[in-house]
Design a protein around this ligand. Structure first.
Ligand code: HMG
Length: 445
C-alpha cells in the first residue's frame, strides 16, 4: 500500500498581536490569570489591514513551494479549508492559485481546486481528501496542497473574544512523505449540534459553555470509534497527542478524559489504585448519577497524580507551545499543534523518527476525528526550515485602541480603512476590490 502523508508544512501568522494579559485583561477589568492560567493563552495573532485568508494562505504556500523546489506542474490538487470565506461560490483556492501564478513559472490549470467546510475539522478533512486521491492512484505522481487559513474573529464583547487568532498552515500531501505518514485507521464522533455556527454571518453565534461539552462528547465518541478499528490504545503508544486547540485550557480538559479512558484496564490503573482506587464501573452502580459523581471524583484524583502529570507534560504540553502565543486558528489549529510538538522534540534533541502521534481534530457543529501518524526520517530537516518563532517575535504589539481598529477593519459589515501597522515585504497583499466585487491581490517585493 502506498505510504501517504504530510511531506512538508509551512506556517504564516497574522502580523499583529494582542497581548491578553497586558492589553486585553485590564480593559475588560479581568484578572490577567483568567487568560494565562485559565484559558492558557498569552497572545492572539491578528491580520494587518492588508492581510486576509488569501494572503496568509498564499504566503504560506509560497514559502512551502520555494523551499521544496516545487513548480505548479508538481501540484495536482489545491484544497483550502476555511470558515472565514468571503465568497459562497468562488473558492479561496482559486484566489491562492492566482497569487502563486504571479510568482511561479507555469500555472495550476490542471490542478483540481476546492474549498472544504466543517468548522475547524475541515483542514483534517481536506488532508483526508488528498490522501484518498493519492491512494486511489489519481494523482499522476503529483502532490496536493492543503491550506488551512482563518481569521478567527468573534463579535466584540463575546466571551470568545479572548480566544481569537489568525493564520494559515500550508501542507504538502505526497507519496513517501518526509514529515508524517497518515494512518488509514480513523475514528469519528459526529452529531447535529448548534454550539457554534455562522448562518450567513461573519462572526459566530456561540454557546461557549455548551461548545466545551460538545467538544468533549464528540472527542470521546471519536476515540471509541478509532479504537474499534485500531485496537485499544495505551499512553505509551504515542510520543505526542496534538488536539484541536481553541485554547489550551480546552485541551487540558480533553486530555484528562482521554487519559482516563485509555488507562482503563491497564497496568497504569492498577498501579494508581493504591492511591486513588480503581476507575468506577457503571455496572457497580444502581443509579447513573451516583456513577457520574464517582467518575468525577476519580477524575479529580487522577489529575493530582504524578503519573498523569508526567504524561501530560511529555505528550500534551509541547503541543500547546505555539497556540499559547497565537490563539485559535480554527482549521489550522490542530496542524499548528502537530508542528509545535515536533518543534519541541527538535529543540530538546529528542529523536522521534518512527514514533507515533495521536491526532485529535474537532469542528463545531459538530465532528471529531482521530487518527494516528508515524513520524518519518526527514522530520528534522523539515522542522528546521520553519521560521514561525521569528514570525511570532516580529509581530506588531497592538494597543487596545489599535486592536479595536483592526477588528473594525476586518469586519465585513463596516466600511472602515485604517493605516497598516507593518510594512509588507516579499509577500502577497490585499489590493482592493474588482468590478465584480472580487478581492484583488498583488505581490510586494
Ligand atoms: P468565559 O466564560 O469568559 O471564561 O469563557 P470562564 O469563566 O469559563 O473561565 C475560563 C477558565 O479560566 C475557567 O477554567 C476558569 O476557572 C478560569 P476551567 O474551570 O474551565 O478550568 N479562570 C481563572 N483561572 C485562574 N485565575 C483566574 C481565573 N478566572 C477564571 N483569575 C469560553 C470561556 C470557553 C466560554 C469562551 O472562551 C468561549 O466562548 N470561547 C469560544 C468557544 C470555544 O472556544 N469553545 C471551545 C470548544 S468548541 C471548539 O473548539 C470549536 C471552535 O474552535 C470553532 C470551530 O470548530 O470552528 C471554537
Amino acid at each position: 500500500m502506498t505510504n501517504v502523508g504530510i511531506d512538508a508544512v509551512d506556517i504564516w501568522t497574522g502580523k499583529l498581536k494582542l497581548d491578553l494579559a497586558e492589553t486585553f485583561a485590564p480593559e475588560k477589568g479581568d484578572d490577567p490569570e483568567k487568560y494565562t492560567k485559565g484559558l492558557g493563552l498569552y497572545e492572539s495573532s491578528f491580520p494587518d489591514t492588508y492581510e486576509d485568508i488569501v494572503t496568509m494562505g498564499a504566503n504560506a504556500c509560497k514559502r512551502l513551494m520555494k523551499r521544496k523546489g516545487l513548480e505548479p506542474d508538481d501540484i495536482g490538487r489545491i484544497d483550502v479549508a476555511t470558515e472565514s470565506s468571503f465568497d459562497n461560490s468562488k473558492p479561496i483556492s482559486t484566489y491562492i492559485a492566482g497569487c502563486l501564478e504571479d510568482v511561479f513559472d507555469g500555472d495550476f490549470h490542471h490542478a483540481n481546486k476546492g474549498e472544504r467546510k466543517f468548522a475547524c475539522v475541515a483542514g483534517t478533512q481536506a488532508i483526508d481528501d488528498a490522501f484518498n486521491w493519492i491512494r486511489a492512484g489519481r494523482n499522476r505522481g503529483r502532490s496536493a496542497i492543503v491550506v488551512a487559513t482563518d481569521t478567527a474573529l468573534y463579535e466584540r464583547g463575546d466571551p470568545g473574544e479572548a480566544t481569537q487568532g489568525a493564520g494559515a498552515v500550508a501542507m504538502l500531501v505526497s507519496e513517501d512523505p518526509d514529515l508524517v505518514e497518515l494512518s488509514a485507521e480513523q475514528g469519528y464522533g459526529s452529531a447535529d449540534e448548534t454550539d457554534f455556527l455562522k448562518p450567513n454571518q461573519q462572526f459566530p453565534s456561540v454557546d461557549g459553555k455548551r461548545s466545551v461539552q460538545v467538544y468533549l462528547a464528540r472527542m470521546r465518541e471519536a476515540l471509541v470509534d478509532y479504537e474499534s478499528v485500531a485496537g485499544d490504545i495505551h499512553p505509551d503508544d504515542f510520543a505526542y497527542a496534538p488536539f484541536h486547540t481553541p485554547f489550551p485550557g480546552m485541551v487540558r480538559r480533553a486530555a484528562l478524559l482521554a487519559y482516563r479512558h485509555i488507562t482503563r484496564d491497564t497496568e497504569i490503573e492498577e498501579e494508581l489504585a493504591a492511591d486513588i482506587g480503581r476507575q468506577p464501573r457503571e455496572e457497580a452502580f444502581d443509579d447513573y448519577e451516583a456513577y457520574q459523581d464517582a467518575l468525577s471524583d476519580y477524575t479529580d484524583a487522577l489529575k493530582g497524580t504524578d503519573r498523569y502529570a508526567d504524561w501530560y507534560d511529555a505528550a500534551i504540553e509541547p503541543t500547546l507551545d505555539i497556540a499559547r502565543h497565537v490563539g485559535n486558528w480554527y482549521t489550522g489549529s490542530v496542524h499548528v499543534a502537530r508542528v509545535a510538538c515536533l518543534r519541541r522534540a527538535l529543540n530538546e534533541g529528542r529523536d522521534v523518527s518512527g514514533k507515533r502521534l495521536l491526532l485529535a481534530s474537532y469542528g463545531s457543529g459538530a465532528q471529531a476525528e482521530i487518527h494516528h501518524e508515524t513520524v518519518q526520517d526527514g522530520w528534522k530537516a523539515e522542522l528546521e526550515e520553519l521560521n514561525i518563532d521569528e514570525q511570532i517575535a516580529a509581530r506588531y504589539d497592538l494597543s487596545f485602541e489599535e486592536y479595536e481598529q483592526v477588528h473594525a477593519a476586518h469586519d465585513h459589515s463596516q466600511d472602515r480603512d485604517f493605516e497598516e501597522f507593518t510594512a509588507p515585504s516579499d509577500e502577497f497583499v490585499f489590493d482592493g476590490w474588482g468590478r465584480m466585487g472580487e478581492r484583488k491581490y498583488r505581490y510586494v517585493e
